[in-house]
Design a protein around this ligand. Structure first.
Ligand SMILES: Nc1nc2c(ncn2[C@@H]2O[C@H](COP(=O)(O)OP(=O)(O)OP(=O)(O)O)[C@@H](O)[C@H]2O)c(=O)[nH]1
Ligand SMILES: [Mg+2]
Length: 676
């Protein structure tokens, strides 16, 4: 035994390193039984994660800790998440490095491998995705590769449950423990000047090329490749890409919101109704009316109204997971990339936005992968415009009540979100005086494959769990508070029936409601729902249920999403145009507080944060104002209420933005002159 082994306690650290999208997190999940997010594209993991190797995989009595790291292409990092990886292996000195190599892309992977081999830390190589490379007919001489790299090479398929090479991988990691890794290629110099780095890179590439020549035989007549290219020419086409994406999203909304969703929601709502009846019965007549209404209308009614949308959300996320897993979402990113580059965003800005459709918080956190500070902050500011999971019940409610469950409502909200992001980016790049900045980012396209139902199911249940937890905690609490605030007046007396406008809730929300008249919705109830929406967007639905005492939005008899939608529309007293304006206002004003917290953390700058929040408020206000007033003009022939009062802030806001943009343009010109 080496002394190093003897000195260590019985804990051993194994770092998982490799290129983005090589399968590190999949392998990590398989080794530890955890469920970290896996995605079929590069840049999914942005932070290190720790876990313990399952006993079924390693017989060792020692505690084996594995650390999943973000993907990296080299030890000299270009992005902050790449530097997490190099910092970790250099400073924390793991006992063993498992280098995950994508066997379908050997030539790209080995560059990083050759650098890892120089660190004197023992390395074991996992030749991952071996199922794919075999299918493509690529033959790799594993024993020879192992000899050339002076380290064990094990073929793995981390997506398989059995016979996946993982036991062998871990046992090899235990074998090399304590040894000093030999480096088959030694870096040319320690110095960091550009010339020597370039020379080193060149020599390293040649070294890798020689190895590939010796160990790999590729099947050149790869039909799948050309077929994929053909498909991509259509799907990722400059012009066809967008309508195809729109059609796909429309399909997703149709299935989740009008076909399958209501069917399942119906069953769930039946249960919630049953619970309501049960508790009502248990309470009998002795319980005070206040407690009764708090529990029944506030808690069960309010939370139930939100929870009723659970099946719809689960189906939507199941479908989105399938789209991501089969490789389609990466194509969408390529299509969008074209627009984004024109407005000064990084191609990398797409990933946070796609993640943001689940929840804005991880989306905003994913902006960490963007190196350029302005692009990172802009992306963090704009990502919340994507409709997240919490906004879906709001969309579904309004689509059901006012638009006959139309799938176009949800689809339009997605595309409006994208449109606003592009517009916002255009404005910000000019304000910052960087309109001449260009970004170069080549997105790597994963191959198409049959999506895994299991992975989609896992992802769906993870979302469902988060949704239920949120409904049972923060939404429940908010509904209870709203119920109390609308039951009492400031003297803490229960308000009599018919005097709802004297409640605490009404008196707090009324001034806000007044400001919203030009947008088409001046009722204090609607203002209250919009305000609670800043705590969590699901609250919009919950609060509406409480303030209008609607126990259930979802129909159990008609199998439509919303029962008696005409009645509900009547209670809310909104025209369709005003309803659309209200929906837009809730979607496109600032996100919930938690997401604003994430914005703060990633922007690391107060001026950006507050300008961002101001921008989001302005955007939501202007979009809702224009929608309501123009829509009302078109449908009734005259402007809606409060046109002039809304026009003043709108004009001032737009004027101010134009002023800032002009000033930015001058800055940009000055810069251009200086550099010329
Ligand atoms: N066919 C096949 N697919 C795999 C295998 N391992 C991983 N994948 C897929 O490869 C994709 C990327 O997997 P991840 O585990 O997210 O990759 P990663 O290396 O953690 O990626 P980053 O976090 O972005 O660096 C996912 O779609 C996985 O399902 C494998 O052995 N075979
Ligand atoms: Mg990962």
């Amino acid at each position: 035994m080496s002394p190093r082994w003897a000195m260590k306690e019985s804990r051993m650290n194994i770092a998982l390193t490799g290129n983005p999208n090589s399968g590190k997190t999949t392998l990590f999940n398989a080794l530890t039984g955890k469920n970290e997010h896996v995605g079929n594209w590069a840049g999914v993991t942005i932070d290190q994660k720790e876990g313990k190797v399952k006993k079924s995989i390693s017989k060792s009595t020692d505690e084996l800790t594995v650390i999943d790291l973000p993907g990296a292409y080299s030890m000299s990092p270009f992005t902050s998440e790449e530097s997490i990886t190099s910092d970790f292996v250099l400073q924390k000195k793991p006992d063993v490095i498992i280098n995950i190599v994508d066997s379908t892309n050997l030539s790209r992977s080995l560059f990083f491998t050759s650098q890892l081999l120089e660190l004197k830390i023992p390395v074991v190589i996992a030749l991952n995705k071996s199922d794919l490379s075999k299918k493509k007919g690529t033959v790799i001489d594993v024993p020879l590769l192992s000899r050339l790299l002076s380290s064990p090479v094990i073929e793995t398929t981390s997506t398989k449950a059995n016979d996946n090479g993982l036991e062998e991988l871990v046992s090899n990691a235990l074998t090399v423990l304590g040894s000093t890794q030999a480096a088959p290629f030694k870096g040319m110099s320690e110095s960091n000047n550009r010339q020597s780095v370039e020379a080193d890179n060149k020599a390293r590439y040649n070294f890798v090329k020689e190895i590939i020549k010796k160990v790999e035989i590729r099947n050149t007549k790869s039909h799948t490749q050309t077929n994929q290219d053909r498909v991509d020419r259509i799907i990722a086409n400059k012009w066809l890409g967008i309508p195809i994406f729109a059609a796909v999203m429309w399909g997703v909304f149709s299935i989740s919101q009008t076909l399958l969703g209501p069917l399942l929601a119906d069953i769930l709502v039946g249960w919630i109704d049953g619970l309501y009846g049960l508790i009502e019965g248990l309470m009998g007549n002795e319980v005070s009316p206040f407690l009764k209404s708090l529990f029944l209308d506030g808690i069960i009614g309010g939370v139930g109204a939100v929870l009723g949308f659970l099946p719809l959300i689960m189906i939507l996320f199941f479908l989105l997971a399938l789209l991501e897993d089969c490789g389609y979402m990466a194509r969408v990113a390529v299509v969008m990339d074209r627009f984004f580059k024109h407005v000064g965003l990084s191609g990398k800005s797409i990933i946070p936005m796609v993640i943001g459709t689940g929840c804005a918080i991880p989306g905003i956190m994913a902006t960490r992968t963007i190196k350029n500070e302005r692009q990172r902050r802009t992306t963090a500011m704009l990502t919340p415009f994507m409709p997240c999971g919490a906004k879906l019940p709001v969309i579904a409610l309004f689509a059901g009540v006012f638009f006959n469950d139309a799938a176009w409502v949800g689809t339009t909200m997605y595309f409006m979100g994208i449109g606003i992001i592009i517009l916002g980016a255009m404005i910000i790049v000019r304000i910052t005086g960087e309109k001449n900045a260009r970004s170069y980012f080549i997105m790597e396209l994963p191959e198409y494959r049959v999506p895994s139902l299991k992975r989609a199911t896992v992802s769906m249940f993870a979302r469902a769990k988060a949704f239920i937890i949120k409904a049972g905690t923060i939404i429940l609490l908010c509904n209870a508070v709203v119920q109390i605030m609308q039951t009492f007046n400031w003297q803490f007396q229960m308000i009599p029936e018919g005097a709802a406008s004297t409640s605490i809730l009404a008196s707090i929300s009324s001034p806000f409601a007044f400001l919203l008249i030009p947008l088409g919705f001046g009722a204090w109830q609607l203002a209250a729902a919009a305000i609670t929406g800043f705590i969590a967007k699901e609250n919009v639905v919950g609060t509406l249920a409480v303030v209008y005492s609607i126990t259930n939005f979802i129909d159990t008899e008609e199998l439509a999403l919303i029962s008696g939608s005409a009645d509900i529309a009547g209670i809310m007293g909104l025209t369709s145009v005003a309803a659309l304006s209200y929906l837009l206002f809730n979607l496109f004003t600032p996100p919930c507080f938690a997401a604003i917290g994430a914005m703060n953390a990633e922007m690391e700058d107060n001026k950006w944060l507050w300008s961002g929040i101001g921008f989001q408020f302005g955007m939501g206000y202007v979009v809702a104002f224009l929608t309501y007033q123009i829509g009302t003009l078109l449908t009734t022939g005259s402007f809606g209420l409060g046109f002039i009062y809304g026009l003043i802030p709108t004009v001032l806001l737009i004027g101010y933005l134009i002023f800032l943009m002009r000033r930015g343009d001058q800055k940009a010109e000055l810069k251009l002159k200086k550099s010329a």
